[in-house]
Design a protein around this ligand. Structure first.
Ligand code: FPP
Length: 254
């Protein structure tokens, strides 16, 4: 099967974005699928389906721009408390997405990764995910990092356990533990921290997302529901990010 190379359409991107100071890592809380559907008197499942379409477009745009990492909050540890049908639909959409999009993602050099407690996902989803990660592991383009059954607090506890185990086994000295080492024990080990966090649909919360990694991230909350968030919305968010003054707790001396 032949897949269109996304780079062929690069020239269509608006030129207002400064290509020399792009965020390396963008993280997104894709919120508002349910409200998007409700506004249209549609079932919530249609909102999630439209959410997948929005994700497809944003992945493509990030890839065309040359963003290094895109982390999306696709399913939180708290999302299991939703009605069983809705959880089932979200898992089905994940499986479907991976099955349908894998080849195009692969042909466009995307690396698929996932963070979260993955072995609690349904077997089918785990299988598709493992296959997608394996298939794309040698690519060198955008890292699409799917947060699945993910919670920031449980990620930190998991890292603490790994560290403690290393100390117990004599592989690690307590005095040598620092932020860099701890970082490597997180699910996101090896990835840069997000430069920009976008949350759609207006809520001003982190919702247990990347609690450690977001320490110095620029946060942008937009009013649009996730299914309405398109290429132009992302470009606008990047433009706002590029006007921010990032001081990382310091001051400018000149
Ligand atoms: C929040 O909207 C969204 C989610 C809980 C799931 C996000 C999932 C997708 C975009 C689609 C599936 C993802 C993949 C990777 C295939 P909400 O349901 O909380 O909306 P509401 O706050 O308006 O009710």
């Amino acid at each position: 099967m032949w897949f269109k190379s996304w780079n062929q359409t690069k020239n269509n991107l608006p030129d207002q974005v400064a290509m020399d100071c792009l965020p390396r890592h963008i993280a997104i809380i894709m919120d508002g699928n349910g409200r998007w559907a409700q506004k249209r008197a549609l079932p919530r499942s249609m909102g999630h389906r439209a959410g997948v379409e929005a994700l497809r477009k944003i992945v493509k745009t990030c890839s065309k721009l040359g963003i290094e990492v895109l982390t999306v909050y696709a399913f939180s540890t708290e999302n299991w408390s939703r009605p069983k049908d809705e959880v089932g639909i979200l898992m089905k959409l994940l499986t479907e997405y991976l099955r349908k999009e894998l080849e195009e993602l692969h042909q466009n050099n995307v690396v698929i990764r996932a963070i979260g407690i993955l072995n609690d996902l349904p077997q089918e989803a785990q299988h598709e995910l493992e296959h997608a990660v394996e298939r794309t592991k040698n690519n060198s383009g955008l890292v699409l990092n799917l947060a699945l059954n993910y919670g920031g607090r449980s990620e930190i506890i998991d890292a603490v356990k790994k560290m403690s185990q290393d100390v117990l086994e004599g592989k690690q000295k307590i005095d040598d533990i620092d932020e860099k080492l701890f970082n490597e024990k997180l699910f996101t080990g090896g990835l840069p921290d997000p430069d920009l966090l976008i949350r759609t649909s207006g809520e001003m919360r982190l919702s247990n997302f990347l609690l450690w990694q977001l320490a110095y991230t620029e946060i942008m909350v937009v009013e649009e529901f996730w299914p309405d968030f398109g290429e132009n919305s992302l470009i606008e968010a990047i433009k706002v990010y590029q006007k921010r003054d990032r001081r990382f707790g310091g001051i400018h001396t000149n």
